[in-house]
Design a protein around this ligand. Sequence first.
Ligand code: EPZ
Length: 417
Amino acid sequence: MQSYVIEGGRKLEGEVYISGSKNASLPIIAGSILNGNISKLYNVPNIHDTQITLKILKLLGCKVKKNGKKIEINSKYINKKEIPEDLMRQMRSTVIMAGAIIGRFKEATFSYPGGCEIGARPIDLHLSAFKKLGINIEENSGFIRCSCDKIVGANINLDFPSVGATENIILATVLAEGITTISNAAMEPEIEDLANYLNKMGAKIEGAGTNFIKITGVKKLKEVSYKVMPDRIEAGTFLCAGAITGGNIELKEVIPEHITPALHKLQEAGCNIEIENRSIKLQAPKKLKAIDIKTMPYPGFPTDLQSIFGAVLATCKGTSTIVENIFENRYKYLYELQRMGAKITIEGKMAVIKGVRKLSATSVNSTDLRGGAALVLAGLSAKGTTKVENIEYILRGYEKFEEKLQKLGARIYIKNN
Ligand code: EPZ
């Protein structure tokens, strides 16, 4: 197991370059299955989750070549349609590969991805959409076998604007017969990025990024090159690292409009924010002010920044509240913050955080990707040495995390336990 050791109490200052988006890269890598040809992808972050997804592609029979920031995938020689169970269990978002495999081969076998640290995360919306598309689904002993003679476009309404279900429907219907519509679709920027990539290879997807998406099935897809969008959650994480340490930082290679709610909340807390076209400057005040946060589907406040802001609110002046409306179990990191002296009470979906002057450095345990990142930020602000354990969670979603923080002046290093 690995830990971060952090000497806290230092202001972060300087520039940080934001990596490509994890949550855009994963569906785009899955989408490379569809064209039976080459996809040259740029700006894919080299993190555990993208490594696992590429490993699955190779196991299916794809050829994958990496050089520097470019990944070349050739999906011509795929000869398997089953996603290995152990890899499904390691990363639940592999379920969107099922949509791509079915979309091209009209069959796929995969296991239930299982819940994770932040909630049960069922896939009922994915499966009911597949049924509407004429896909037969057999489930036994944890395995799901999907098959059909052809996929026929349908009008699908999502009970909840699920990101993964929206992506899976798009991947399954790019090569379908006829037209598919998705109403109450998720509107996250990662879905727009996926659609831009697929349209570049010859798909016909309209309305991605809105709550109504239309996919007109096509017969053939071609070779494509594509650069993945910047990671808006990593951007929000570094802005909060600047805020919690009273720092002065500049983010490069970002799309500011992707994190408007987070920018407004940081301004409300007293940060000075300057936006240029692809960079964001943040100057933190001496003391942050308490704020209230409610997570919502995009374009509302993103659930993935809830944990990150939770760390920032722990030392704000006054009492803040968080309402987590997307996942039912995304407060575990708060118990670790309490061990650092944070004053927090949790009542159902709401967390009430009474700001303290300073957090106390100690050993804390990562519980999930964003919760772990929140604990790193808490350690950066606490005086003394904080040890964040189980950082494998964090390495799943942040590329060169400690290196980027070190460049901003943080004293942080990895310790192998
Ligand atoms: C994506 O997960 C992201 N992951 C998550 O980021 C993000 O938190 C989430 O979208 C919401 O924005 C990737 O893109 C790889 P959902 P996803 O389907 O697709 C319920 C991170 O930290 N639901 O929109 O799994 C579900 O239980 C990760 O980078 C059903 O009930 O999210 C949850 O409560 C964490 N049935 C809510 O919808 C379904 O069939 C949102 O889930 C599907 C989802």
